[in-house]
Design a protein around this ligand. Structure first.
Ligand code: SF4
Length: 345
């Protein structure tokens, strides 16, 4: 029987995701800028969502100079729709570091990639295995699931000790030749996404089923073991100061949550020290964000805008605006629910 990496590469050449726009080669090399951007987008977002966004991002920021020399607001605006905006801020910071501190020289190995803002262990391994053919193991959620089923692992992601054990198993499976690393890294992620899926894995067409421990012991459905994450409870209140056409937003600067995005303005004041109109309770929303279970209580305050003291930090979002304001997805939903919608560009 061929070894794991040989079977995987043979399968991936026919069945893997081989036509990704960031994998076009120039002089036989991948473009590290495109690989870095794509791997950052793929951190928490599915490939189908990333594909059109990547194209749009490259049209706006075709190279590292353009990205580094744009404002963070422009980057966030182009990122809009992908969520997890910290990734956009980190890409912008990282572009400045690579352009200004490193004279446009991209890191040459995974350890060095980890010094770039927003690049963690798994992303650095993916980037460096693609761009430098480095023999490093990726441990993203897809690969972790493949390994946990292949080796019937009881624990995979809670303690450092378990992570180390997982990493050493992942390293054992790597191909011996560095030149095979770009294909291997792509195909092990593809295997998790296309065959060894979270639900109903397609073991009957898996290239590595012969020595997969959970498959041979008919226990695939037991892995990966589910661990219940306990999230902190958090409460937040938003008051929408709005009329029939407009709502007043401001950029989140203090709070870590949704930083740099536009959220409903707090501390609205009336001109001539008049009293604000009464706020009315609208609805409560429950959502999971940044390791917490959030209860968001939303109130509405119907205002006459002429009578409000607006400042430079306020942004008026209008129903008829043709430029989308970068805002949390939950705010887009709230505005829709309250019959208020901003047309996207
Ligand atoms: S045989 Fe099934 S469980 Fe094992 S790696 Fe393949 S798809 Fe996953």
């Amino acid at each position: 029987m061929k070894n794991f990496s040989e079977r995987l590469i043979q399968w991936g050449t026919k069945e893997g995701r081989n036509a990704l726009p960031w994998k076009e080669k120039n002089n036989g090399m991948f473009d590290p800028y495109k690989i870095w951007v794509s791997e950052t987008m793929l951190q928490q977002t599915k490939l189908a969502v990333v594909m059109p966004k990547f194209k749009h991002f490259m049209e706006k920021f075709p190279n590292i100079e353009k990205l580094a020399n744009s404002s963070v607001d422009e980057v966030i605006s182009v990122w809009s729709g992908l969520g997890y905006y910290r990734r956009a801020r980190n890409l912008h910071k990282g572009a400045k570091v690579i352009l200004n501190d490193r004279q446009k020289v991209f890191p040459k190995n995974a350890i060095d990639w980890e010094t770039i803002p927003g690049v963690g262990a798994s992303t650095s391994a993916a980037i460096s295995s693609f761009t430098n053919s480095e023999r490093v193991a990726i441990l993203d959620t897809n690969v972790t699931r493949v390994l946990s089923r292949r080796y019937c692992l009881n624990e995979v992601n809670s303690k450092m000790k378990e992570k180390k054990a997982l990493l050493s198993l992942a390293i054992k499976l790597l191909p011996q030749k560095n030149s095979e690393m770009p294909l291997y890294s792509q195909y092990i992620m593809d295997l998790g996404a296309l065959v060894c899926k979270p639900v109903s894995p397609a073991c009957e067409r898996c290239p590595v089923s012969d020595d997969c421990e959970s498959f041979t012991s008919e226990t695939v459905e037991l892995y990966p073991k589910k661990t219940k994450k306990i999230l902190k409870e958090r409460k937040l209140t938003w008051v929408l100061a709005m009329d029939r056409e407009k709502v007043i937003l401001e950029k989140q600067t203090e709070e870590k949550l949704w930083k740099s995005l536009f959220v409903p303005a707090s501390n609205i004041k009336m001109k001539e020290n008049k009293r604000l109109p009464r706020k009315r309770f609208f609805r409560s929303y429950r959502l999971k964000v940044s390791n917490c279970d959030l209860t968001l209580d939303v109130w509405k305050r119907e205002c006459v805008f002429d009578k409000i003291k607006l400042s430079g930090k306020h942004q008026i979002a209008r129903k008829t605006a043709n430029k989308k304001v970068p805002m949390p997805k939950i705010l887009e939903k709230i505005l829709q629910d309250s019959s208020f919608w901003i047309l996207s560009s």
